[in-house]
Ligand binder design. Structure first.
Ligand SMILES: Nc1ncnc2c1ncn2[C@@H]1O[C@H](COP(=O)(O)OP(=O)(O)OP(=O)(O)O)[C@@H](O)[C@H]1O
Ligand SMILES: [Mg+2]
Length: 460
């Protein structure tokens, strides 16, 4: 751990001096403030790891300072001290989140113990948060560019409402991430969010996927099955790639959104459902309406709260933060803890136009970490990785002297690898997207070395 920064807030010169000396000897960096206003100034100007606050100060009260500090973005762990501490004040301090309450005169051993415990606790919490973030458990919307700040604001507002949301944006801009964020921040977060990818489900199965079916409703419907609407009851239904929904399904969906009740395929009863719909598309739905491939009345129903995701090239300021975020994750996943961007590598990233947006950046960084020979990634590494990733370029597939069979296998490996990573490694989705039998996809990926032969074939 780097040297901990501690702020002492006490007006008594003798105490200031003793504490400063004792703590500095222990290797801590110590700042001193003799009153509330100076303490506030110090706390605003830097991030302390710990503050020791006296209760009675010449220009105010340590308890009030504690209260204010807890709400501030620069908050840090606090230990209170007092020469004439009443039980009441001690209780109040603990309620406000102080870690401990020390009586003066201070016992040095106890003081040092309390401090080192507090710092250790804080460090453990930071590490856990950092690890989880790096492992991707926190799939939050990163980026501090003006469009992203505005977007988070919109997400927050949308999550408080229950009207339909239509998320637009190019591929890989974070539409699904936004849909999940809206659900998670909404009062519906305890109920499930169900997702249906309208492009991935065969046309004649969409209805039963959405509304469920009764046993015997059609060939293959051996058992009664709940649809996404039913499973999302009380929660959110995410209709991904809604622009691909066939016309007659659009009509049925519109009716369900108006009536708020569904009927299973092959069923005779309707049932009420309480579902909030969030839809996403990378198509221009207004244009689709004009061309007659999307129902304008459904568009109006879905587009109550429109959210448009900006492409990454329109907010290049975010590239560095996103790149560092994906790098952290890739480091852990690939066991390359020391790999780092050089300045020129980062500059090269910031110049790229990213037609595949954030997903392209993420895949690019994974490739860089896997392929990078040195721990310091160079601009050349970035250029090379960009070249590798720039399929559909078919150039470069032919290599003189390499047998046709191998060349084809390489191409297959690239296609399947990209499609798998696009679908988060999910075999079912990948098979659907490519129009392959699942069993065939399993065999293929194994034969091409994309999966280990012994790996358990359980999906998702
Ligand atoms: N602002 C962001 N902060 C952090 N990660 C992001 C951000 N935007 C996108 N991502 C990540 O980029 C990847 C692509 O995002 P997502 O799947 O949500 O995009 P999409 O718009 O749904 O793409 P597609 O149109 O291809 O389905 C995901 O791994 C997601 O976590
Ligand atoms: Mg998506």
């Amino acid at each position: 751990m780097t040297t901990a920064q501690i702020l002492i807030v006490d007006d008594e010169a003798a105490i200031q001096a003793t504490l400063k000396k004792t703590l500095s000897l222990e290797g801590y960096q110590v700042d001193v403030a003799g009153g509330v206003s100076l303490a506030k100034k110090r706390l605003e100007s830097r991030q302390y790891d710990l503050a020791l606050l006296d209760v009675s100060l010449p220009d105010g009260n340590g308890i009030e300072l504690l209260e204010e500090l807890r709400k501030s973005p620069n908050s840090c762990p606090v230990i209170m001290m007092s020469g004439h501490g009443s039980i009441d004040t001690a209780v109040r301090a603990t309620q406000l989140g102080a870690l401990d309450f020390l009586e003066k005169p201070l016992n040095t051993d106890r003081l040092l113990l309390v401090i080192s415990n507090a710092l250790r606790l804080q460090q453990a919490e930071d590490e856990t948060r950092e690890l989880r973030r790096a492992a991707g458990y926190f799939d939050e919307l990163l980026g501090d560019s003006p469009p992203m700040v505005a977007l988070r604001e919109q997400v927050l507002r949308a999550s408080g409402a229950s009207a339909s949301v239509l998320i637009g944006g190019e591929r890989g801009t974070g539409k699904e991430l936004v849909a999940r964020a809206i659900h998670r921040a909404s009062p519906r977060a305890k109920a499930p969010m169900e997702k249906l990818n309208c492009a991935a489900v065969p046309k004649d199965l969409i209805e039963s996927e959405l509304f469920g079916h009764e046993a015997g409703a059609f060939t293959g419907a051996t058992k009664r099955r709940k649809g996404r609407f039913e499973r999302a009851h009380g929660g959110t239904l995410f209709l991904d790639e809604v622009g691909e929904m066939p016309m007659e399904m659009q009509t049925k969906l519109l009716r369900v959104l108006q009536e708020k009740e569904i009927e299973r395929v092959g069923g005779h009863e309707t049932q009420k459902v309480d579902v909030r719909v969030v839809a996403a598309t990378n198509r221009d739905l207004l244009a689709a309406c004009q061309q007659g491939s999307f129902r304008p009345d459904l568009y109006d129903r879905l587009n109550v709260l429109p959210i448009a995701l900006p492409p990454l090239r329109a907010r290049r300021e975010d590239i560095a933060e996103l790149a560092e975020h994906f790098l952290k994750r890739a480091r852990i996943e690939n066991g390359r803890p020391n790999i780092e961007f050089s300045g020129e590598a980062m500059a090269a990233l910031q110049r790229h136009s990213f037609p595949g947006n954030v997903r392209e950046l993420q895949n690019l960084i994974e490739r860089l970490v896997i392929l990078g020979i040195n721990d310091a990634l160079s601009a050349d590494d970035v250029q090379q990785a960009l070249g590798l990733g720039s399929s559909p370029a078919l150039q470069g597939l032919y290599r003189p002297g390499v047998p046709f069979r191998i060349l084809v296998e390489d191409a297959e490996r690239t296609i399947l690898g990209e499609c798998l990573s696009h679908h988060g490694g999910k075999m079912t989705d990948t098979a659907r997207a490519l129009g392959l039998e699942r069993s065939h996809l399993y065999k293929k990926t194994r034969a091409l070395g994309l999966r280990e032969p012994a790996k358990n074939d359980s999906d998702n």
